[in-house]
Write a protein that binds this ligand. Structure first.
Ligand SMILES: C[S@@+](CC[C@H](N)C(=O)[O-])C[C@H]1O[C@@H](n2cnc3c(N)ncnc32)[C@H](O)[C@@H]1O
Length: 248
């Protein structure tokens, strides 16, 4: 991708990864609350829909990349009762996640660790499934992250990604534009001290590839695209893909 990188803070001050880590550390105490507000609670439903996509294959060992405060890991743990490893670069997000896992008494199923999705600390062909919700658009290098996920997936296993997308039909596309331009930064600045964080979240959502463009990126990195399931009129999308059985 030759597009200009969207960064949380001052450009070139330090790498996107360290800016993203700093930003999520800073917003972590309010992350879940603001997430519910900006999505109108729909993010919970979207994560449940992602879990449904994985259910038929009954994966035992799942890696949840960019697990953050653990909402997806917990939804996976509650429904699939598998062995789940959640990794994230933000220690503060993970601290909140670990407490939630304990509150839900899922510590036997879910392990949360500091880890980079672009340099995964697990062997080749190790996981039965990999999930990422609202994480890939924060990667410093998307291709690097997808290739790492490919490496740790067993052949024939699935990658399911939930990410923001942009509604295409009128008037939703127009309303969405107003929503990201005004509502999202306003809510962010009202509930969080870190104003630039919420500007970054809306500008990165607007510039991130979605639909066919994102499927193309998955294919370029070796995945077989199974389905692309828009959520709530295309405000978010679930991308269901697979590492081919024969890894050539
Ligand atoms: C928007 S939050 C999503 C958290 C959670 N998955 C959810 O659904 O609420 C994005 C997360 O991605 C993490 N992140 C960004 N780049 C990462 C990377 N290279 N490896 C691991 N985590 C990363 C951030 O620290 C942050 O916790």
């Amino acid at each position: 991708m030759n597009k200009k990188q969207v960064l949380p803070y001052v450009p070139k001050k330090n790498s996107k990864k360290s800016q993203v880590r700093q930003m999520f550390d800073s917003i972590s105490p309010r992350y879940d609350f603001i997430n519910r507000i900006i999505s109108g609670g729909l993010d919970i439903k979207w994560r449940k829909n992602l879990v449904k996509v994985l259910k038929p294959k009954k994966p035992k060992k799942i890696l949840d990349v960019a697990t953050g405060t653990g909402d997806l890991a917990i939804a996976l743990g509650e429904t699939l009762a598998s062995e789940i490893i959640g990794i994230d670069i933000s220690e503060q997000m993970l601290e909140i996640g670990k407490k939630k896992v304990e509150r839900n008494q899922l510590q036997k199923n879910i392990k949360m660790e500091i880890g980079d999705g672009e340099k995964i600390n697990y062997p080749n062909n190790y996981f039965d499934a990999v999930t990422v919700s609202f994480g890939v658009r924060n990667f410093e290098n998307l291709d690097k992250g997808l290739l790492e996920i490919y490496r740790v997936l067993k052949p024939g296993s699935e990658l399911v990604i939930l990410e923001t997308s942009i509604p295409q039909s009128f008037p939703l596309n127009y309303l969405y534009h107003l929503y990201t331009l005004y509502f999202l930064p306003l809510i962010g600045s009202f509930f969080s001290k870190d104003k630039s964080a919420y500007k970054y979240l809306s500008s990165s959502a607007k510039s991130f590839p979605f639909g066919k463009a994102f499927n193309k990126i998955l294919k370029k990195n070796g995945f077989v695209v199974i389905d692309n399931i828009p959520q709530s009129f295309g405000v978010a999308s679930i991308y269901h893909s697979q590492k081919p059985l024969l890894d050539v």
